[in-house]
Design a protein around this ligand. Structure first.
Ligand code: ASP
Length: 429
């Protein structure tokens, strides 16, 4: 049995057990404290930490190798430029789909809030000047310690360029980094083997705590977000892959199943980076030189699913508060949500906080966020899957355009498949 099959089975089993606990044991204190907040919480959190543990070392080491393989600064600039352009363009398309669907279906018309208003904590969005200043780490160790992904990327890019320029000494460093990369990739393999257990615990905990009761008053909103996520993930991505990349989208979706399961259960693009990197390189055939750059960049700045939620939420809140949005407002929403997605870290729940910025731009009450907070965890899981899928799609596209996509691997069904019973380490590393 492949690992992906095991992970998918674990998801279904976790969801079933979670729902069962929610329906039958919600009032039994022992079940809540020992199982839901005990075993599920501990195992799930340990698993997410194990994934996060590898993010900074992997991004740094693999990006240094990737940059040196790209060769020169011009190629680096071209790859980066293409990636940023595709990331922003697909996000703008995503939010346009979301706005159109929400306007057409009007999920907020006649909505009566039954739930008590939740307390929300708002953070002012950082000023653009600060975002730019913060790109350059004044202390790379602090950047790594705090996991500031853009800063780690900037440091790794510079470091990689310097390795290329440093002649013989640089070659020694590069060899070491390439070996280290292989070692960390094997660590990813090891942690992935625990995924069925980790995913089971994460999903069971979520479903045990989130019942259908929070869903029913917000069903309209919930379904419109899901509809827009599906249209974008299946429609936009396959069209772009097929038309611009000349790649069969069915292969792409089939090979992403395990990545999507990770993104869904952790609700964090960031924590999923190790798995995304592995899948784009080993399953989809993208060369490390491109994936090492575009995957962490995408996990940090590309949030199509989040932008979709923000688009639907904006229209929903405007309808609930009976505010008419003008065409200029819609354009503002597209622009702000696209920019907000750059500033949204790939961790659970941030998309909702950044929504405050979008609402503020069009003069909608920020308290509106409290209306939708109840269903946000489930939507977070779904939109994170779309976010990560978008990262992989753009990565394939950029790689294809750079001649850095091995189509023999892309079309090989067995390429990079992890067998759950296999010996964890490869003999050759
Ligand atoms: N959880 C999302 C991600 O990690 C971000 C968000 O929408 O809150 O991609």
């Amino acid at each position: 049995m492949t690992l992906t099959t095991q992970i998918l089975m674990a998801m279904v089993a976790g969801a079933a057990l979670g729902v069962l606990i929610h329906l039958t044991a919600a009032d039994i204190a022992f079940v809540q404290s020992a199982i839901v907040d005990g075993v599920f919480e501990v195992v799930g959190a340990m698993f997410v930490s194990a994934l996060k543990m590898m993010v900074v070392p992997l991004v740094f080491v693999s990006l240094v190798g990737g940059v040196t393989a790209l060769g020169d600064l011009r190629t680096l600039g071209r790859v980066g430029g293409k990636a940023v352009l595709f990331y922003l363009a697909t996000t703008a398309v995503a939010i346009s789909i979301a706005l159109s669907l929400a306007v057409l279906t009007a999920p907020g018309e006649g909505f009566q809030s039954t739930a008590p208003m939740a307390e929300i904590e708002l953070k002012a969005p950082p000023a653009l000047e600060q975002v730019l200043i913060d790109l350059v780490p004044s202390n790379p160790v602090a950047a790594m310690a705090s996991g500031s992904m853009l800063q780690v990327i900037v440091f790794a890019l510079l470091f990689g360029v310097a390795v290329s320029a440093a002649g013989e000494g640089g070659r020694h460093v590069l060899n070491f980094f390439n070996d280290l990369n292989a070692v960390i990739m094997r660590m990813v393999d090891l942690v992935m083997k625990l995924a069925p257990i980790g995913v089971f615990a994460l999903i069971a905990k979520t479903f045990a705590t989130q019942g259908a009761d929070v869903l029913s008053p917000l069903l309209g909103y919930f379904l419109v977000v899901i509809g827009a996520l599906l249209v974008h993930s299946l429609g936009t991505y396959s069209a772009v892959l097929y038309l611009l990349g000349r790649l069969d989208p069915r292969v792409f979706y089939a090979k992403l199943r395990s990545v999507l399961a990770f993104a869904f259960s952790t609700a964090s693009s960031n924590a999923t980076i190790p798995v995304t990197l592995k899948a784009t390189e080993e399953r989809l055939g993208v060369s490390n030189s491109v994936a090492a750059f575009t995957v962490p960049l995408g996990a940090t700045i590309n949030m199509d699913g989040t932008a979709i939620m923000q688009g639907v939420a904006t229209v929903f809140i405007a309808q609930v508060y009976s505010v008419d949005l003008s065409l200029a407002d819609y354009l503002t929403v597209i622009l702000t949500a696209t920019l907000a997605s750059i500033g949204t870290a790939g961790v659970p729940g941030v998309g909702l906080i950044m929504l405050a910025m979008v609402l503020g731009q069009v003069g909608l009450p920020v308290e509106g966020i409290a209306l939708i907070i109840g269903v946000d965890r489930l939507l977070d899981m779904l939109r994170t899957a779309t976010n990560v899928m978008g990262d992989c799609m753009v990565t394939c596209l950029v790689a294809k355009s750079e001649g850095a996509l091995d189509e023999a691997i892309y079309y090989d069904k067995q390429a990079g498949v992890t067998r759950s019973a296999a010996v964890p380490a490869r003999a050759d590393v």
